[in-house]
Every structure is written in structure tokens, then in C-alpha cells.
Design a protein around this ligand. Sequence first.
Ligand code: SF4
Length: 654
Amino acid sequence: MPRFYGYAGRILRIDLTRERTKVQELEGDLARGFLGGRGLNSKRLYEEVSRHVDPLSPENKLMFSTGPLVGTMFPTASRFNVSAKSPLTGILGDSNAGGHFAAELKFAGYDQVIIEGRSRRPVYIFIDDDEVELRDGSHLSGKDVYEADEAIRREIGDRRIQIAVVGPAAENGVRYAGIYANLMRPAARTGMGTVMASKGVKALAVRGTGSVEVADPGRFEKLVEEVEDEIYSHEQYWPRRRMGTTRILMMANAMGFLPTRHYRSGVFEHAWEVSGERLADEYNVKTRGCFACTIPCSRFYVVRGGRFSGLYGEGPEYEAQGAFTARVGNGDLDLALKAIDMCNRLGLDALTTSECISWAMELYERGFLTREEADGLELSWGNGEAILTLIEKISRREGFGDVLADGSRAAAERLGRGMELTMQVKGLDLIMADPRGLKGFGLGFAVASRGGDHLRSEPFIELSDDPRRGEEMFGIPEATMRLAYRGKGRLVSYFEDWCAVIDSLEVCKNIMENMEILPFERAAEVLEAATGMRMSPEEVRRCGERIVNLERAFNVREGITRRDDCLPRRFREEPLTGGASKGSIFEQEPMLEEYYRERGWNSETGIPERGTLERLGLKHVADELGLPRENPGSEREPKAFKGAGRGRIVCATS
Ligand code: SF4
């Protein structure tokens, strides 16, 4: 009988410096306290990567982690998190991707792979069940993601292995390079590919022939069927299947929060030309799913005419689609697909790449950047040649591309101008939603543990603009109204806990956000049926809260305080000029106050109170941070929300 159900029960450590591997047993208390995936990585990162570690040094550790549902037939349980200290932000780095890589890692028998040290020679790692090999990777240097993937498949002689690979951008030290699984499934954010390349590793190839046993197969199967029925009958099922996240672009435009020309407007006059609807009708040829996905939302497209005729690929997702259309003022969908394809092949995070380019375009327009400084490029909005040339230059760190290759914050520091125009929080460039039109999302960007990002909270429910849901879930009607402020601290802390659980189970957020199919109540049931661990819904939620607090503690140790929980000046001072969110600004301070209160964090410093950490079983963290003994956080009652999953979120424009 296995000691673990659901989990593989094993951790693989690969020491590149000594060329040694070690297999350890998964600690049961870690599984119970941090679930898996993101939680397991964050816990290990806190314990093993101290504040003095340079992100690109051998002392940084790169961790891949799956979750207890991955490898089972639970719908969408297909994801992995990869974490390390980020070379882009200097704080907690973490990214998540789907596809088939995570399930293969689980079939090979591992919940987590920890890569330590630095190889003296270029290598790729081949995990073949219990055999782990460091193979010569010198012939892969400089190859793009597609080329390297193909070369490894041929060399191993097995087309069904799963590969996570970095592109030349990572090898050239671009600080926002991602790790690509299944060619077009990137763990793109915070520079995890850069860390992998700094260790001399081009790829992780995995072949697994095992399986995952669950604790109560009958009950588990019944829960799977229930979830599948809900997915198939949900009104979001067909829009997701047809358009994936690209369905968001027209909605964002209608609601006036589509970042256009570097967030100077929330409305793009060419939105329809670059929409998900057009992509679905004129470009898409088939759908594709991640492992065990019953939605599925991924699509293959083909460009059938014009100068990029024959270009094909998977996706894109809304973030990349918006990033290379509205954000850079480009109304040509073919051009956007080309730019995204280049980012994929070169291994760049499309969001940070586009922010660097659109920031440079705004500087250029305002006369803060000359054509000469930009290597002779005419950086006008939507200039396709300039966009494509800059992507190439960034990936090679060549000329002006070298200035942009460390992210917009570092570029502004290097140029000595334009810092207040950078659209980033804690060094991570912002996503494709203008916070002036979505206050809860904006608060989430300000406090997210990996910097300016939505996937740490993603309170999609505020798009419903339905006060009844706010009253029902949080006792505050305004909490679920996108332009209101009251209740947003409660909303965001709740959704942060939920996201941390979803990311740690390694289930896709598509069945969370506005599908609301895996609330804490059902997560507790599924977890028990899969692993045999009995936990109440409140205990599951508390795992999420514990993860959020530990990640905050990691960042506090790196020097993060309340002053860093701050959105760019434009959002706080310049009202949106048109569309359905016209006149709106982002009033940050009252929401932050409420958020810290909800979290049990000190409102002056933004640091968790000792009592909060102790309640979550993190006393050693409070001790290490040197927190005072007075503990105002300790008396705070555990949160008792009624929970999501009781109704359906219908966006106000849908
Ligand atoms: S919904 Fe899309 S991203 Fe999520 S698991 Fe399915 S195919 Fe993958």
C-alpha cells in the first residue's frame, strides 16, 4: 500500500555543482500545511533561499512542483509551478503553466524537483522514472524553443516525452525569460527561464511510466463526474472553448479597462479587428487541451494570407493578445500573432516585453527618448517593424534591446528617466487590465506576492457588478462592484487565499474565477477523496492564507514593506478619459488599510503581525523576522465567508 495517495510522495534534488541527485520522501506535514505546487515551492523557498542570495548565483534554487490532483482524471489538474528568487524583481519569483509536463513528472514519481548549484558545462536534464541523467547540452545552445524541443525529442528517440525548455533570451540573460512546456505553454513571468539558464540547464525532459493512486476511487470518480457536469452546463463553457481567454478583449474594451497605448486610455478603436471573436472565426483551426482537461480552452490558429501567411501556433491568451495590440497601439492581428510567436520561440515573457516596448514608445512620443538612442527605430504607436525588431534585439541584448532586457524599472534606472511612467509594481510589469476600471484587481496588483500581477487574486466576481453577491459573500454589497472601493480588502484577501489553494492543487484557474466550480467546500472533499487527508473547508482556506503570509514574509525579508504596495502614479492621479470607466482613478490608501486589517498585517509597515503568523503555525517565521511579542493579529477571528460557488458570475456586458 502506498504511504501517500494523490501525491507521488517523493522529492528529487539535483545538485548541478556536484553532479549528484538525491530522492527524499515528501514530508506529510508539508503536504497538509501547504498542499503542493505553489505552496510547497514557497515553503521550500522560504526555508532554503536566504535574503543574501543573488538570483543568478548557484545559491538560488529552481523548484518545479506538481499538486496532489495532477495525474488523476480530475478536470484541468494539469499544472506545475516553478519558483526561485526572481532576477527581474529580486523578490519571490514564481510562474505556472499547463500542458502535459506536470502529469509526466508525477508519473515519473515526483511531486517536486529542486535544482541546485550550477553546472560547469551546458546540460539538459533527462528524468526517466528513477534514472536521472545530466546530458550534454552544448549543441542546444542558442537554439530557440521549438528547435531545442525537437532536437531533444530526436536524441532521446521518444516523441511522447515531455519537455520544459528555455530559449536564447534566457541564455543571453534577459531577466524576464520564461520556461516553455509543450512549446507554447510558458511559465513566463518573473524570469524563471533566466534562472534555469544561469544554472547551465537548457531543458528538463521527462518520461514517466507510473500512475497516481487515489485514496477513495469511488468517491473520487463521483466528484469528477459532478465537476464535469458543472463544466459542461456552465454558460462560460462554450465561450471558453471557442475563444479561451481572448473572449476578454471585447469585454475589457466595453467596460473601458483595456490598456491602450501604454494605459493612456481604456478603449481601443481597433478592438474588433484584434478581437477573440475575429481570431475564432477567421484563424482558428482546432482546439487543444491540457492533460485531463474537459473544457478545453486552447486553440490552434493559422494565418492564411498577407506577409505572415503560413504562420501557425497555439493560443494566444488574452494577455499576450492585448499586449501586442492595444498596449502598443497596433490594430493588425497578423502582426500581433507574429510578435507573440517570436516571444514564444525566443523564450520571452510577452507581457514584460510589450510593457518595455510600449514604455519606450511613450517616452519617444513625449521626447524623452531620441531615435538615435533607440538604434534609429521610429518608435511610433503600432509600428510593426519597430516592434518586431525590438523583440529580436531584446532577446539578444543588442543595442537598445540591452537597455530593455532587464525590465522597465531597470531600464528607467539605467536611462535616468521615465521611472514614473513605468507600469510595474515591485519590478513586475503590469498585466492587461487598467486598475482604474477594476478596483479589486488593482488592489490585487498592489499586494501580490510576485509583483504587479492578477493571478494571485483575480477577483473576477467584481466584473458582475452585482451587489447581491457582495452582500451574500462578504456582507458588503460594494465588494463585488468594480468601481466601488468598500469591501475590496475583504474581497481580495478571500480570492488570494482561494488562488493559493488552486495553485497548490495545480488545477487550472479557468474552473475557478468566473466558473466558481472548485470552492473551498468542494476542494476539501476532492482533497480527501484523492489523498485521504481530512480537512474542513476552513482548514483548506487557511492553507491558502498560510501560503500568502509565508510569501509575504519571504518578501519582507527581502526588504518589502507597505511603501512597495503601490500602483504607478498615472492610475492614482490621472482619470480615465473615455469609455465606461471614464473619470475613474485608483484611490489606493483606503483599500490598502482595509486589506491589511483583513489580513492581520501591520497597517503602517504592511508586515504580518506576530499573532497572525502564530495562528497559521508560522511562529518560527515571526521569530526570524524579529516581530515584537505584542500580537494584535492573534485575536482576529478566522474569516467565515459564505463562499463562492453558490451562484454564477455573469459579466455585466455578457
Ligand atoms: S481550461 Fe485551458 S488552460 Fe485550463 S487546463 Fe483546460 S486547456 Fe488548459
